[in-house]
Write a protein that binds this ligand. Structure first.
Ligand code: SF4
Ligand code: SF4
Length: 250
């Protein structure tokens, strides 16, 4: 699902029980149109799902499919899905039959035609969410289909909740960054952030080969889970970033 920032969308704010008309099927005349002109930021959870779908290690996935940048003001490492090298800037995962990573597509593709925004309360530590309906993407005919669903139904049907849960853990990291560490991350901090959150197979190696586990203050169950479960590993990575960069408790 392309989310080209150059493309202009009208947006309508929706609550969980508001409904909207939309359906996307392979018979749509615009089929696959949304998977070109892409400019996808990938969250750590997106990377984890994609690299496992493709049966690649994290470093290999990042090398093969991503471009990596450093946020100019924050110094935060940012990972972007690299389009295929053609004029259409197609997603590397789109094929004639559609999305080749459909079960593990990135959260923004999963959520479209909605987009989710969140705000974080420093006082309560709570995250509140809002959804907007993106209208008038110039290619998308799905809005003209006579199929209505609520936001809540869409979130459930598309399996968005698991992505949201993991992506929300990153919201706290970003909030910590802006309140406790306004200066750009330095080289060492960027390396910690990148390894713990993006190059997770390397992070697992560091935990178990370099005795990082002692500093992580993780219990035996958490460590055992992180050996084989990438989601459990990413949760430890998020904890490590909080501790090692922002001085939070592990
Ligand atoms: S990951 Fe799938 S749905 Fe998303 S842009 Fe690529 S091909 Fe399209
Ligand atoms: S209906 Fe919209 S989301 Fe579906 S294939 Fe067409 S452009 Fe993509």
């Amino acid at each position: 699902m392309g989310n080209n920032p150059e493309e202009k969308y009208d947006m309508i704010l929706l609550s969980a029980d508001d409904s909207f008309m939309f359906s996307c099927t392979p018979s749509a005349s615009c089929f696959n149109e949304c998977c070109r002109d892409i400019s996808h930021f990938l969250t750590p959870y997106d990377i984890l799902c994609l690299k496992n779908h493709l049966k690649l290690g994290s470093a290999e996935f990042l090398e093969k499919y991503c471009t990596q940048h450093t946020g100019p003001e924050t110094g935060l490492p940012v990972v972007i899905l690299r389009p295929a090298p053609d004029e259409d800037m197609k997603c590397p995962f789109v094929g004639p039959e559609g999305c080749r990573v459909y079960e593990n597509r990135p959260s923004s593709c999963r959520t479209y035609p909605l987009a989710r925004t969140v705000s974080y309360s420093r006082e309560t530590g709570r995250i509140s969410e809002q959804y907007v309906l993106l209208l008038q993407g110039k290619h998308c005919k799905g809005h003209m289909e006579n199929h209505r669903q609520t936001v809540r139904e869409w979130v459930e049907q598309e399996g968005i909740a698991a992505c949201n849960e993991m992506n929300d853990l990153m919201v706290e990291i970003i909030a910590l960054k802006s309140s406790l560490h306004p200066a750009p991350l330095d080289f060492r901090e960027r390396h910690i952030f990148h390894t713990a959150l993006y190059d997770t197979d390397n992070f697992r190696h560091q935990i178990f080969q370099h005795r990082l586990s002692e500093k992580l203050n993780a219990g035996p169950d958490e460590l055992q889970a992180a050996e084989s479960d990438d989601t459990a590993l990413l949760k430890l990575g998020i904890r490590w970033v909080k501790y090692a960069i922002f001085g939070g408790r592990t």
